[in-house]
Design a protein around this ligand. Structure first.
Ligand code: GDP
Length: 507
């Protein structure tokens, strides 16, 4: 049976139009579970209010974590990758739970730093990417320039699937290479309201450009796309509704259904004989007096039924999943079953950790759920030095939960915490105080990034001996090189070819 699920994320730099595109996708599809601003329709409205009840009871905001919509028999699970000030390791980890990604680029700005970071994480797992060049209703760069930039910067083949007929004030429509139809702007707002014409209507002066766009780039190749070697490129305007429908059709037709997931040497497919999944995100209660957490499980195989007993790998004994949050709950209050590709929210009191596998038999362990090298490192300074033990417990807990990473330097007493986004530091300080009664300051550290060291014990020992001031152990006791700059990483890698300086670590 081929799955009708498409589980994906949007990766972009702030302001490229992710929110606008998300809303348009949800409106085009019958949104089952809805983002904040989007107006609910019919049944979906009811589902949403049920939702908010759960959120109020538990004080956990999960509304936009997973958005589900349906179109032409396909169920789309869109996972939110928080950006802006919420940028954190969760953003990266969410990408371990999707089967494909849409990369949204501002037509005027091209590839921006956050797009590139998120892209690199997708590449780690060969997540296939479709590109959506947004805002063609505004003055932008020459589309050829954007295509070449994507190809060069990301070392990907690009295959344009659409073409903007003029841009900005000259924008006359969007040609879909697949159908040969041109979507036209209408009315004062110049939106796409459903009018399409044949390409005979394209002004002569664009003919040469379009011919070049079709002939000058590789043809779409499903296998190359699914291997992560080629990105089909769609143009459009999320704001004016151009290219959105074409994008949904492309996801339905080309984006991979739930992919098999690595578990050591094995690959676990959707038809594996039991329910399995892995936790990619844990969200804590916003009220520190509640210990409630929601763990988000990406289902990999089997048909999940409410009340089922699953064993988390970190716990070793089964838990009954009585009140799962199923994001596609449509016309029932809470759905009773879920399929591979779906996300299940599991309320718990801290028993479920990021990276845990859940299964019926406790025989599967999913791998490839890495920690990511932090980009912000801070020294933790206790206000009350007698609280060292409490601090250590707190840092260990919070790092297991995936809020921060913690490093214990060989030399010097204080711990170093690492995060990928600033907000995580604020969360850390307030949770230390509220939950562990530990008051701490975060101070500048001399380090800019960290790399996990891999290699023979002898090579690691030798390196450790000569670089004591730059060595730390992480929570699991693994050896970490604390680098003062990324240049430092490159330099040491060159000097120590027998060691690998890894930016990710498998749990
Ligand atoms: P996000 O930060 O990536 O979520 O971006 P938003 O969706 O919030 O969009 C950022 C800004 O760009 C907002 O002012 C949007 O109205 C605007 N915007 C988004 N898509 C388009 C588009 O296709 N055309 C134009 N002209 N503006 C857009």
């Amino acid at each position: 049976m081929t799955s009708n699920r498409r589980t994906f994320a949007i990766i972009s730099h702030p302001d490229a139009g992710k929110t606008t595109l998300t809303e348009k996708l949800l409106l085009q599809g019958g949104a089952i579970h809805l983002a904040g601003q989007v107006k609910a329709r019919g049944d979906a409205r009811r589902a949403r209010s049920d939702w908010m009840k759960i959120e109020q009871q538990r004080g956990i905001s999960v509304t936009s974590s997973v958005m589900t919509f349906e179109k032409d028999g396909i169920t789309f699970n869109l996972l939110d990758t928080p950006g802006h000030e919420d940028f954190s390791e969760d953003t990266y980890r969410t990408l371990t739970a999707v089967d494909s990604a849409i990369m949204v680029i501002d037509a005027a700005k091209g590839i921006e730093p956050q797009t590139r970071k998120l892209f690199e994480v997708c590449r780690l797992r060969s997540v296939p990417i479709m590109t959506f060049v947004n805002k063609v209703d505004r003055e932008g760069r020459d589309p050829f320039e954007t295509l070449d930039e994507v190809a060069d910067a990301l070392a990907l083949d690009v295959s344009p699937q659409m073409w903007p007929i003029g841009m900005g004030g000259l924008f006359e429509g969007l040609l879909d290479f697949r159908t040969g139809l041109v979507a036209r702007p209408e009315g004062a707002s110049k939106e796409f309201l459903g009018k399409r014409e044949t390409d005979a209507a394209i002004p002569e002066r664009y003919a040469e450009e379009i011919e070049l766009a079709q002939a000058g780039y590789p043809e779409f190749d499903l296998e190359a796309y699914r291997n992560g070697d080629l990105t089909p490129v769609y143009f459009g305007s999320a704001l004016k509704n151009f290219g959105v429908e074409e994008l949904i059709t492309a996801i339905a037709d080309f984006a991979p259904p739930p992919r098999p997931q690595p578990a050591g040497e094995e690959l676990i497919g959707t038809d594996h004989g039991e329910v399995t999944g892995f936790i990619f995100k844990v969200q804590a209660n916003m009220d520190p007096n509640h210990r409630d957490r929601i763990a988000f499980m990406r289902q990999v195989s089997g048909t999940f039924k409410r009340g089922m007993k699953l064993t988390p790998s970190g716990l070793g004994k089964p838990i009954a999943v009585h009140s799962p949050i199923l994001f596609f709950a449509q016309d029932r209050e809470i759905a009773d079953t879920a399929e591979p590709g779906d996300i299940i929210g599991i309320p718990n009191h801290g028993t479920l950790r990021v990276g845990d596998t859940l299964s019926e038999t406790n025989k599967v362990r999913f791998t490839g759920l890495p920690n990511f090298a932090p980009e912000i490192l801070r020294r933790v300074q206790l206000k009350d030095p007698t609280k060292t033990k409490q601090l250590r417990k707190a840092l260990d807990d919070l790092s297991e939960e995936g809020v921060i990473q913690v490093f214990y330097p060989l030399i010097g007493g204080s711990s170093i915490v690492g995060v990928v986004g600033q907000l995580q530091l604020d969360v850390l300080v307030s949770r230390l105080s509220a939950e562990y009664k530990v008051e701490a300051n975060l101070e500048a550290s001399p380090f800019a990034t960290a790399r996990w060291l891999k290699g023979s014990d002898a090579a690691k020992d030798a390196f450790e001996k000569f670089n004591q001031g730059n060595i730390a152990h992480d929570r699991d006791g693994d050896l970490v090189f604390m680098a003062k700059s990324s240049w430092d990483v490159g330099y040491q890698q060159e000097k120590n070819p027998e060691l690998t300086f890894s930016a990710t670590k498998e749990r």
